[in-house]
Design a protein around this ligand. Sequence first.
Ligand SMILES: [Zn+2]
Length: 232
Amino acid sequence: MSDLKELLLPRLCPVCGKLLMESEDVLCAFCAIQLPRYRINSNNAGNKFFDNILLRSIWDKADVRRATTFLSYNHDSPYHNLIIAFKFHGKSDLAVKLGRWAAMEAERQDFWEGVDALVPVPLHWWRRLKRGYNQAERLAQGMAEVTGLPVVNLLKRTKYRKPQSQLKGAARIRNAEGIYEAAIPDEWRGKRLVIVDDVMTTGSTLANCALALQKADKSAEICIFPLSFAGN
Ligand SMILES: [Zn+2]
């Protein structure tokens, strides 16, 4: 959206549709307080980032060491509009903001310890061109502002396929197979990398990204941080 259009259109909260006050940034104060945070619990006494439902749903697909998320993803909740707004309605500033909040919450719980870089899940170049930005990269930029970590584009999406949101179960896994490739320069070998995405459903996208990174560098330690998680 152009700056001029932004100035002329009333600014609305993407969740409740209320007119935003000048002091309110990208969503209204009420909706910001009520954000549906995902509470990650560990099944054992250890650190919850090393054994939780996100890791358990991806373990059979890829070797991922650490995982967390920020929001609970629910298709029927008005908060679903947040994802729609930054994914389809050009609200990339909202993605940066949510990335910042997600990173702050994770920082309070020491998620970032020993992490070397943030790696966004890539879009196919054609979709990136149409959208004007990669929402996962904007989320990672927000996380970078908080953590000081670099955002490194080590992954490439090689094939254009149907969006995962249009597919179910096994079809998602097949659809995501072999469409990511990684090229890892020497300076990024043997690092602890956090893959960033907007929504984790079955985990097939994140698993395939993890596999691509590990194929390119066996010594890479992979962690995942989807902004939201659809499991329960
Ligand atoms: Zn609101």
